[in-house]
Design a protein around this ligand. Structure first.
Ligand SMILES: NC(=O)c1ccc[n+]([C@@H]2O[C@H](COP(=O)([O-])OP(=O)(O)OC[C@H]3O[C@@H](n4cnc5c(N)ncnc54)[C@H](O)[C@@H]3O)[C@@H](O)[C@H]2O)c1
Length: 724
């Protein structure tokens, strides 16, 4: 791989072209900063240089600061690994340079990359460049002066929106809002940038040092109002993370005391934020996601993914229609098969509604929605199956039906066709029992709603062929999902890890804790739904089926609760009929339902676990731990049993499939943050008091004994996992 480098070429026109190179996105490695400085210094010294153009090699300006450095800081705690860029390079060397610097931008300028462009005196870009400061999504703030210069170029509100939401914009939009000085065609880029630089040098164009500008900020009173609203918004959208409010504070510093003062505060705050648990969690998820595309015995075999152009989706219910939506949106033709015309129409209508939903939210143009619908075809038989490259079965959860379907499909589909099932609970070997091509059977486990949720668990059996796994991974990426390869065991990875979630919550409710309080503790922690609201949403039929399924497979750790049965007996079915733990009324938010209390009391009487018949006294933190530590423990079993390839795969999967807060790094990483020894000791205590449901797993026990984080891959266990 090419080494990171900075080169300089001086043209006869007196323009020095400085090029950043570090493929693939010219990330700014630490070693590049002294080299950048020395090239700029040389350009300033040389008499044959009048102006400088800064660019990136290979059609990309720069993807930003090399975040491998964050990873190193998190492992060593050594913040001095951060280079002094904000003052030394972005101010002294670039902004205050004696000769003008113009950024010539192609492809992308993100994070530190965009900040280098902001420190230049003008910015010229080609069309469709991606521009943004997404640092907050990694738990930090822009660190090379971005918090100060972006508001001075595009105005306070727009800058705050771009930073707080980590929003990227195109160069065309950038030109409209003042971030980009001109958008030109790729073959003109260098010519225009060079001329622009010379025009500044010769005073034909203004020489703008952004940090000194105030014209886009407005009056102090106006700025204060914008900052106040931004703070309120930040508290609402990100109540558990520090970087949003810190970013606003830093911007405010620059507005009150001037850009340079803002830069100094930015640098200080950046160094504080980079070592927070939030940054550690977000960086962990970022790197863990990258690892997912490495699947032993699949991606290391030199196989090439085969193209999947047409897919048959069987079943147009909740899941099938969502899956079909995701496929047609990525230009993959779909045949949707149903049992009768009425259900088929219903399925197609749901797909249309899914697309309309995207259009209404501005995520899709009407044109694209119509184009997607044109490649969808409904069917009541197998006549359109002869040229499909993949089948995704999403019919009701019924073993004989699925077996029958796969034995039929095998006969009507081409020999290369991938045979995928969306089952959430059934053993894939059982699904494929009546099928000869067992090596083509694979799980494509989408999460509901399938056109929205990003996780795709790819379930492989011992017999699934590596080619089929690779093909499905590729399709997953094409339809913008994040594929995580998992093993074929009840619940796979995410549902399995989360099966103790509602059980533990019911246990607490039977111990006398208010379910609404439990939900509140969990949502304050950052999960979007507490366990009771989640059950209300999925309906008690599903809750009972899931509870039964897991109880039969893992009878050693099941808790008894009569609560759901009692609710059903009392005519409640959660959101389905508007009454559950909460009352659901059209147009208003779910409200806790006080009339659940007698049902709850009856459940407590039957369960009979309250000490001396009295509700336990418990803190919010203890509630959180009693609900989530069993989930961490089950997550440990998921790793122990080799259901995921690496522990960090489960972290990504819980973030994407269960909306576990990414700023907590995913399930196991959070277990590491709260200390595995504490998780272990708590579970052990509860298991002695309440039984085996809480019994610490071997993996947890062993990791604590060896002092190895739960979320870290362990080479010793890799061999046992390779059976995946
Ligand atoms: N609901 C979820 O959250 C979820 C999540 C992941 C996976 N799953 C799995 O996805 C599958 C489907 O679940 P769902 O929630 O979409 O169910 P659903 O009841 O909403 O839809 C099933 C559809 O399959 C159709 N169908 C039945 N037999 C058929 C046949 N022979 N040919 C064609 N169509 C047929 C039915 O008419 C119905 O429209 C199940 O295996 C389920 O375990 C569900």
């Amino acid at each position: 791989m090419a080494e990171p480098s900075i080169t300089m070429e001086v043209g006869n026109d007196g323009v020095a072209l400085i090029t950043m190179s570090n493929p693939p996105v010219n990330a700014l490695a630490r070693t590049m900063f002294p080299a950048l400085k020395s090239k700029f210094d040389e350009a300033m010294r040389r008499n044959d240089v009048k102006a400088v153009v800064l660019t990136g090699k290979g059609g990309r300006f720069s993807g930003g600061f090399d975040i491998n450095v964050f990873d190193k800081i998190h492992k060593t705690g050594d913040v001095s690994l951060l280079p002094d860029v904000s003052v030394e390079i972005a101010v002294n060397t670039m902004e205050d340079a004696k000769k003008p610097i113009v950024a010539a931008i192609e492809g992308l300028a993100l994070g530190g990359g965009l900040e280098m462009a902001l420190a230049s005196h003008a910015r010229i870009a080609v069309p469709k460049v991606q521009l943004g400061l997404p640092e907050l999504s990694l738990g930090v703030i822009p660190g090379f002066g971005g918090t100060q210069r972006l508001p001075r170029l595009v105005g306070l509100s727009k800058a705050i929106e771009m930073m707080l939401l980590s929003k990227t914009i195109t160069s065309e939009e950038g030109e409209k809002i003042g971030l980009i000085d001109a958008v030109v065609s790729p073959n003109e880029l260098m010519k225009v940038a060079r001329k622009w630089a010379l025009d500044i040098a010769d005073r034909r164009k203004p020489w703008i040092r952004t940090l000194h500008r105030t014209d886009r900020i407005g009056s102090l009173a106006e700025a204060r109002l914008v900052l106040k609203l931004a703070r309120e918004q930040a508290k609402k959208i990100a109540p558990n993370t520090p970087q949003q409010l810190a970013c606003i504070d830093v911007i405010e510093e620059g507005i009150i005391h001037g850009g340079y003062s803002g830069i100094l505060k930015e640098d200080k705050v950046f160094r504080e934020l980079v070592v927070t648990d939030t940054a550690k969690g977000l960086v962990h998820v970022f790197f863990s996601q990258r690892l997912l595309s490495k699947v032993p015995n699949v991606t290391d075999r030199g196989l090439k993914p085969r193209q999947v152009k047409k897919v048959a989706v069987i079943g147009g219910g909740l899941m099938g229609s969502g899956i079909a939506t995701a496929l047609i949106l990525s230009n993959i033709h779909v045949v949707l098969k149903e049992i009768n015309a009425e259900y088929l129409q219903k399925g197609i209508k749901t797909i249309e509604a899914n697309l309309r939903g995207f259009v209404v939210k501005g995520k899709l143009t009407q044109d694209k929605a119509e184009k997607a619908l044109r490649i969808l075809k409904g069917s009541l038989d197998y006549s359109d199956f002869k040229d499909v490259d993949m089948v995704v079965e999403a019919v009701v959860e019924n073993v004989p039906l699925k077996q029958k379907l796969f034995s039929e499909i095998e006969k009507v589909c081409p020999a290369h066709c991938i045979l995928a099932t969306n089952t959430s609970t059934i053993d894939l070997n059982l699904v494929g029992e009546k099928t000869r091509s067992i090596d083509r059977i694979i799980g494509a486990h989408f999460f509901s709603p399938a056109h929205v949720m990003p996780l795709l668990e790819i379930v492989r059996t011992e017999r699934t062929s590596p080619q089929v796994i690779l093909d499905l991974m590729t399709v997953g990426k094409i339809i913008k999902k994040v594929p995580v390869v998992v093993g074929n065991r009840t619940g796979f990875a995410v549902n399995r890890a989360f099966f103790p979630y509602s059980q533990a919550a019911h246990f607490l409710a039977n111990l006398g804790v208010d379910p609404i309080r439990i939900d509140r503790v969990i949502t304050n922690f950052g999960l979007p739904l507490g366990p009771f609201q989640l059950q209300d949403l999925s309906g008690y039929g599903v809750a009972t089926a899931v509870w039964k399924e897991f109880s039969s497979v893992f009878p050693d750790r099941v808790l008894f609760s009569p609560l759901i049965d009692l609710l059903r007996k009392n005519g409640r079915d959660g959101k389905n009929n508007g009454r559950g733990f909460y009352i659901y009324e059209k147009g208003s938010r779910p409200k806790p339902d006080p009339s659940v209390l007698p049902i709850l009391e009856e459940s407590r009487r039957i369960a009979n676990i309250m000490p001396n018949g009295k509700p336990i006294s418990i803190s919010d933190q203890q509630i959180l731990e009693m609900v989530l530590f069993p989930v961490v423990n089950e997550g440990c079993r998921v790793v122990e049993e080799g259901i995921v390839i690496r522990p960090s795969d489960l972290d990504v999967a819980t973030v994407l499939g269960m909306s576990f807060p990414s700023y907590r790094g995913g399930l196991l990483f959070w277990g590491d943050l709260v200390e595995p020894k504490h998780v272990y000791a708590s579970l052990k205590k509860w298991s002695e008091q309440y039984g085996d449901f809480f019994k610490p797993s071997k993996y947890l026990e062993e990791r604590v004994a060896r002092g190895i984080p739960l979320s870290e891959a362990d080479s010793e266990n890799a061999a046992s996992r390779s059976r995946l």
